[in-house]
Design a protein around this ligand. Sequence first.
Ligand code: MV4
Length: 447
Amino acid sequence: MFRKILIANRGEIAVRIIRACREMGIATVAVYSEADKDSLHAMLADEAICIGPASSADSYLNMESLLSATVATKADAIHPGFGFLSENSKFVTLCEKCHIKFIGPPAEVIDRMGNKSAARNTMIEAGVPVVPGSKEPIYDVAVGREIAEKIGYPVMIKAASGGGGKGMRIAHCPEEFDNHFLNAQRESINSFSDDTMYLERYVESPRHIEFQILADEHGNVIHLGERDCSIQRRHQKLVEESPSAAISPELRKEMGETAVRAAKAAGYVNAGTIEFLLDKNNNYYFIEMNTRIQVEHGVTELVTGMDLIKEQIKIAAGEPLEWKQEDIVIQGHAIECRINAENPSKNFMPCPGQITNLHFPGGNGVRIDSAIYSGYQIPPYYDSMIAKLMVYDKDREGAIQKMLSALGEVVVEGVDTNVEFQFEILENKAFQKGDVNTDFIETYFGN
Ligand code: MV4
């Protein structure tokens, strides 16, 4: 097992990882930017090192600084958390060269799944259903238009290096195709320096269902059920839950086995997520694989009783998975609301500033993952998520009631938050019936 782990991240996920390490008897090194010197993650770790100025590019994304800090503190592994360098294959390769274990998948796997057009073909070969679409990468608009004609409209134009909605357009008819293709491709070149595009038939108002998987270095792969992440605004998830109201035990078994097959086809190691779209007729299609621990991993922990961060660390240390698929039991229901420092009535504009007074809910089945405290100054340089409020109860109705009660107790003074907005989502009748899809926020709240 590792003796010391450096956490190449900040905020609540850094705190989450520090706590898991402490429970495992592993020493921790926090890194922080100049803007984060009073941050909780720097205070809670055994050691803390400043790695540069406020700007992410100069600190949390600075590979040389991170590797130097790791060598200087004699840490033997790096946990990247999510975002920042968590899916950067170049960083993984550099870690290897420095004899530092990267707690995540191998560089080749990140690259294999990072090209979404190539990932589609890997999945087709493995017998994993994908949305009907293009087989070859597309660079030329005229070639794209001909393939779109065969697929049938509406089509989704996607960047092979994309994700999170960047470089993505819907073309409803041939007349729209050229403009949308060229705009999506331009966006992809600007964002990812890559002009590789692919096409899929557009799936209307699907649910976003993702399966959590764990894979060890010995070829064992299991799934931990699904999360329904359909409640999103402009590709930012707001509410996640497990299990999904749309998935029967039979469908869970089938999709779970498909997710395991997908992970094996990818040559996956460590914790990962297989993203599916689920349409109105319960057809499911692989769209992407996320090669990192995700923000919403906690809801899976609540319904499985597992600790995914500890599992990641044990896998990276070469230990075989302790669990067979039959050992995994999904019990009860968990919901997470992301609490952001932002103003929903000002187009969700981020609202950094000082927290003057703070109260978090607690009690039976309530979990808060957060790195804020009363008096804390939220810096303007990073993500606006300040807390994850999670609840667990025996069924969905109980979990919704518990979340409404918990949201009602939250006090965050000094900055605007989306707590009221979250309350309105949980009170929505369609949400309460489990009738959700990726258009939910637009449908009921506009925009
Ligand atoms: C789609 C789709 C419909 N049809 N692909 C959005 C981000 C990227 N991860 C994939 N996305 C979508 N791909 C086809 N063929 C609809 C979306 C989509 C979406 C997906 C998951 C969660 C929220 C979403 C919101 C809008 C669109």
